[in-house]
Design a binder for this molecule. Structure first.
Ligand code: SF4
Length: 252
């Protein structure tokens, strides 16, 4: 199946009650042929998206554009989609049977687009992606603990972020969101220290698990303690791992 065929099915879908109240089912957007590494997954279309049949055209779209521009990421570098393709009346929470009815479209999009990095926005999209990749799901109240943190699931990375609409309800959180969305830019490049870092050598010698390389050196290197110390010119032993713990086995 091609993405066009999938989008045609989404537009015509009547699998759940949301088809009765929507104006338009909203399909994913982005260039499916570009070397897309990042897929943003929002919860569901808002009122303006429902009217226009397009992703992120309403107030949260404006916030998203600002967050992406501050992160130095262009919309055409990412693919954007929703967990639920039709508007939830009065922007209520999604019901479990609606998620079950709709999520096969998201599963198919992930298969067709094959992004390296999944970025679920907000609690429900994160909960679905964590369940799909067998990562422990936090309670809604503890979502902040995983937001902005990078996870590894096989060959894919998962970076949950707060939904841009959070800024509309809590403007005081905007600086936090700007900071966490900057990680999208970080994820598009490898750590500049990687070619000379002892972690590269340990990995190539088979002494270090790949997860360290994927989560830090080729992932969120700004969170690496080694990187931070390197930038500050502070001494750190070769056997110190990216999270700052010392691995005596690497010392030998
Ligand atoms: S271990 Fe840290 S400093 Fe070294 S390459 Fe990886 S991210 Fe960069």
């Amino acid at each position: 199946m091609e993405i066009d065929e999938l989008n045609r099915m989404i537009r015509e879908c009547k699998k759940c009650r949301l088809s009765e109240t929507r104006m338009n089912a909203v399909c994913g957007e982005g260039n499916p042929n570009a070397k897309i590494k990042i897929m943003l997954i929002a919860q569901a279309p808002g009122e303006e998206e429902n009217r226009a049949g397009k992703m992120f055209v309403g107030p949260s779209g404006k916030v998203l554009d600002e967050l992406l521009s501050k992160a130095g990421v262009k919309r055409d570098e990412i693919y954007m989609t929703n967990l639920i393709k039709c508007m939830l009346p009065k922007c209520r929470k999604p019901k479990q049977d609606e998620i079950e009815a709709c999520s096969s479209y998201l599963d198919k999009e992930i298969e067709l687009i094959n992004p390296k990095i999944l970025v679920p926005l907000g609690y429900y999209a994160t909960r679905y992606i964590f369940q799909k990749y067998k990562i422990q799901v936090p309670s809604k109240a503890k979502f902040f603990k995983v937001s902005g943190k990078l996870f590894l699931a096989g060959d894919r990375k998962i970076l949950p972020l707060a939904h841009p609409a959070t800024c509309l309800y809590n403007p005081e959180l905007k600086q936090d969101l700007i900071k966490s969305y900057r990680k999208l830019h970080v994820l598009l490049k490898d750590c500049k220290w990687y070619p000379v870092c002892p972690m590269k050598r340990f990995y190539e010698e088979g002494k270090l698990d790949k997860k360290w390389i994927e989560l830090y050196c080729k992932g969120d290197w700004e969170s690496c303690v080694r990187y931070q110390m390197e930038e500050e010119g502070k001494f750190h032993p070769d056997w110190m791992l990216p999270d700052g713990t010392l691995d005596e086995r690497l010392r030998k």
